[in-house]
Design a protein around this ligand. Structure first.
Ligand SMILES: *Cc1c(COP(=O)(O)O)cnc(C)c1O
Length: 389
């Protein structure tokens, strides 16, 4: 008999759990979209979003998921044939590179497989670019598939003396890990609502520096995607390129208030870092005695704070078991060298210690039920990490 009935526990890295308060905030009848009060309210949410990213510069919102943010930013930055360098550390970096290529951009990959980037290799490559043809360096702060985290200030330092723009995909990290767009010199930042922002899927955001606006494509930006029209607009409909997603704007306001006004952004970052360590402690314990269970990203400094990748024999069977028997959904081994032998545990957004213990406890039960060899003491290690951080 399955023990899966009750409150589901979803531990996939997006869409992440949406707080009931945020769902309730969206549960409103449509207001008059030409009302001045609504336009003001929208601007206040845009101001919250700028604070979340650590910028006072420009923001263009889009109705669309993260892929829309990718395409919108590229449509504003590049002409066909422009040369860009994409740092790839996993499935998402690789998909981004492919999309750019399909848009006619000349993409060069600085490839790290499924492992974290090395700023020294970026510095080396840029030093060879004597004619300065590389227009932008593009990188995922967190590649959600490999659960790696890039050191954005170190990558920026590696670009010193080269005029390329720094474009960062923070879709899986904004609201989970520190981001200080202006202080770090990020030119373009992309995020979406359904991960660290704890909201419904369906909106994405492109923050861009004045420098990016100057160096971006001047002519031929298709009007719907044009970031200047959106960022400089006061009219609500123009901001969103048509009818604004009003219920989502209410939801965003609630979620951003929880993150920035109530818990506080530094505390949110610390909570993610602590929950990540709870998960790492358990995986390290399972990995004892050569069980083959391991964290593929060895250096904790380069691990994502919002999701952990685990290599584990028969991970696909284990995932099916914990869903069927315990009501826990874990992430698939997306883009892993051996996807059947990999899974991901999300600790992204609206998550707490009890949820992590629940997910880890279900995995422990699954390892036992399926006779997958594993080291002991994982739950105790996780509990100790909660108790004595
Ligand atoms: C989820 C994700 C995307 C894609 O976002 P969608 O909303 O699914 O289009 C892109 N990059 C990263 C790093 C992601 O985590």
């Amino acid at each position: 008999m399955s023990l899966a009935h009750g409150h589901d526990l979803i531990a996939i890295p997006g869409p992440s759990p949406v707080p009931a308060r945020v769902l309730n905030a969206a549960h409103r009848a449509s207001p008059d979209i030409y009302d001045d009060g609504l336009a003001e309210f929208n601007l206040s949410v845009m101001a919250q979003l700028k604070r979340l990213a650590g910028t006072t510069q420009n923001l263009a919102p889009y109705i669309g998921n993260g892929h829309a943010g990718w395409e919108a930013s590229a449509a504003n930055l590049f002409d066909c044939g422009d040369h860009v360098l994409v740092i790839t550390c996993g499935h998402f970096g690789r998909s981004w590179a492919q999309m750019l290529e399909e848009m006619g951009i000349k993409v060069e990959r600085l490839d790290f497989g499924n492992l974290p980037s090395d700023p020294a290799r970026l510095a080396e490559r840029l030093a060879q670019d004597r004619n300065r043809t590389i227009r932008a360096v593009m990188v995922c702060q967190t590649d959600t598939a490999s659960a790696t985290m890039a050191d954005i200030p170190a990558l920026k330092a590696a670009m010193s003396g080269h005029p390329a723009l720094l474009v960062v995909d923070a879709i899986a990290s904004l609201g989970c890990a520190p981001m200080k767009m202006d202080e770090w010199g990020v030119d373009v930042l992309i995020a979406a609502s359904q991960k660290g922002m704890m909201c419904l899927p369906g909106t994405s955001f492109v923050w861009f520096s004045d420098r990016a606006a100057e160096q971006g494509r001047k002519q031929g930006v298709s009007p719907y995607w044009n970031w200047t029209l959106r960022a400089q607009s006061q009219a609500l409909w123009r901001f969103w390129g048509g009818t604004p997603p009003v219920q989502q704007i209410f939801a965003l306001h609630e979620a951003l208030t929880m993150i920035m006004e109530e818990e506080g952004l530094p505390a949110v970052w610390t909570r993610h870092a602590r929950l990540a360590r709870v998960v790492w402690a358990a995986v390290d314990a399972w990995g004892a005695n050569g069980s083959g269970i391991a964290l593929p990203v060895r250096d904790p400094q380069t691990r994502a704070l919002s999701v952990t990748a685990v290599t584990m024999p028969r991970a696909d069977e284990l995932r099916a078991w914990v869903t069927r028997e315990c009501g826990v959904t874990l992430g698939v081994g997306l883009g892993a060298d051996d996807p059947a032998g990999a899974l991901r545990i999300a600790h992204m957004g609206h998550c707490n210690a009890a949820m992590m213990m629940g997910a880890l406890g279900a995995i422990e039960a699954g390892l036992t039920a399926l006779d997958i060899p594993h080291g002991h003491g994982a739950l105790e290690a996780a509990a100790t990490s909660i108790a004595r951080f």
